[in-house]
Design a protein around this ligand. Structure first.
Ligand code: B12
Ligand code: SF4
Ligand code: SF4
Length: 352
């Protein structure tokens, strides 16, 4: 292996694919072209109460402020789509696709660590750190001060759709992202030239009009925010629009024409668990804390907590026109959690 930059890039990409990433792309570490877009989003309060989005905005738009000497951002994608299994649920509920299998943070964490070891190996073969020393890297999946979709688009692993999702023209948007910031100098890939064109399906179908303009989602309106990120009481105005979704929302992806190219996930860990792929409000409403603990271990659904999940189940049962929902609501109305009881009471009132 030579120190030639182009072959170094191809070696890293190939090793990345061997690790299991669907796409691996490179872009220069510099101030993001989307910095103004991000600042405007914050200025308009679109982050709701996601306080971490407001912390260190300067770091979020410039990887060199996160890792001194950073020269390259590596963006990777891992698909999580599986064909839908036949539904048998008595009272069907929806769990977002990305959350039906093992927690993607855990899946990507191991893969990104392996990618960093590849980078170390490449450097030993003569890859260039700007200072001539051992290269340094930092990897992130979701939790870091990094505009992942912006870097993924700049690195050419897809484009940003009007729904703000990173869309791979070959596989669609059913993927999660990771990034590695590195001091290694790797030749950049260009962005892809594909766009949404005149399509506006995601804007038209969004149940809460949360896509307030092409390429902007206001978290204060987004069902994903209310059912996953928000702690405490869900405002009554948003509850009917939640429908029977109990964790996240996929409407702006389900409708997207690019997702006709979806391919089954290569990471077997993404295989959906039955409780989430064939989610049943009747079953979820009866989960004890111990059963919830067991069923959600190692999954992203755990993020909302036991009370939070039952809160969402109560709202979904309230939106479910089937009279069979009532006994489960009466059960939740007796729950030890005041939060769950309050949402169950609202839902029972709807049934009456
Ligand atoms: C905060 C957050 C949310 C918030 C806010 C969402 C939002 N759109 O901002 C809420 C809770 C609502 C949310 C929901 C979801 N999220 Co989220 N979320 C994040 C997080 C932590 C930060 C996103 C962010 O920076 N938002 C600020 C806005 C301004 O940035 P942005 O929307 O990403 O847009 C930037 C670029 O895309 C670009 N841009 C936007 N439009 C255009 C147009 C053009 C032409 C160009 C050039 C650039 C461009 O400019 C923007 C500013 O930099 C990221 C992880 C991360 N660290 O990046 C995950 C992340 C975006 N979420 C993810 C997922 C899977 C989801 C959900 C699908 C989950 C679900 N099924 O319920 C939904 C999708 C809702 C939606 N349509 O966005 C994935 C997306 C994967 C992908 N293929 O895109 C990420 C990347 C996590 C991950 N590591 O995989 N999320
Ligand atoms: S996730 Fe749902 S609520 Fe949020 S923007 Fe997409 S369709 Fe709208
Ligand atoms: S539904 Fe249409 S407008 Fe929305 S992201 Fe997909 S292609 Fe773009």
């Amino acid at each position: 292996m030579s120190a030639d930059p182009a072959s170094r890039a191809e070696l890293i990409r190939k090793r990345g694919r061997d690790i299991g990433f669907d796409r691996v792309g490179f872009t220069r570490a510099q101030r993001s072209d989307d910095a103004a877009r991000f600042t405007a989003w914050l200025d308009d309060g679109c982050e709701a109460d996601l306080a971490y989005m407001r912390k260190t905005p300067e770091r979020r738009v410039d990887p060199r402020a996160v890792l001194a000497g950073c020269r390259t951002v590596i963006a990777v994608t891992v698909g999580h789509w599986f064909p839908d299994a036949p539904r048998r649920a008595a009272l069907p509920a929806a769990v977002a696709r990305y959350a039906r299998g093992r927690d993607y943070h855990r899946i990507l964490e191991g893969m990104l660590k392996r990618l960093c070891r590849v980078l170390d190996g490449v450097a030993e073969l003569g890859g260039g750190d700007s200072a001539g020393g051992a290269p340094r890297h930092r990897w992130y999946v979701d939790h870091g001060p990094v505009l992942e979709r912006s870097w993924a688009a700049a690195a050419g692993v897809g484009f940003v759709g009007k729904n703000t999702m990173l869309i791979d023209p070959r596989r669609g948007s059913w993927s999660t992202l990771g990034v590695v910031l590195t001091t290694l100098d790797i030749p950049p890939d260009g962005p892809v030239s594909v766009t949404c064109g005149t399509c506006t399906r995601c804007i038209d179908v969004c149940p809460t009009d949360a896509i307030t303009r092409p390429g902007r989602v206001d978290a204060r309106l987004c069902i994903s925010y209310w059912t996953i990120e928000h702690r405490g009481v869900i405002p009554e105005w948003v509850r009917p629009a939640i429908g029977t979704r109990v964790f996240g929302c996929d409407d702006c992806q389900d409708c997207c024409p690019w997702n006709r190219f979806a391919q089954p996930a290569s990471a077997a860990d993404h295989r959906p668990r039955d409780l989430f792929a064939d989610a049943d409000l009747a079953r979820l409403a009866r989960l004890s804390h111990a059963a919830w603990d067991d069923a959600t271990r190692g999954t992203a659904v755990r993020r909302v907590g036991y009370e939070g999940l039952l809160r969402n189940v109560a709202v979904a049962l309230g939106n479910c026109p089937d009279a069979a929902a009532r006994p489960h609501l009466e059960h939740l109305a007796q729950h030890g959690s005041e939060l769950v009881r309050e949402h169950a009471a609202w839902a029972l009132a709807r049934h009456r």
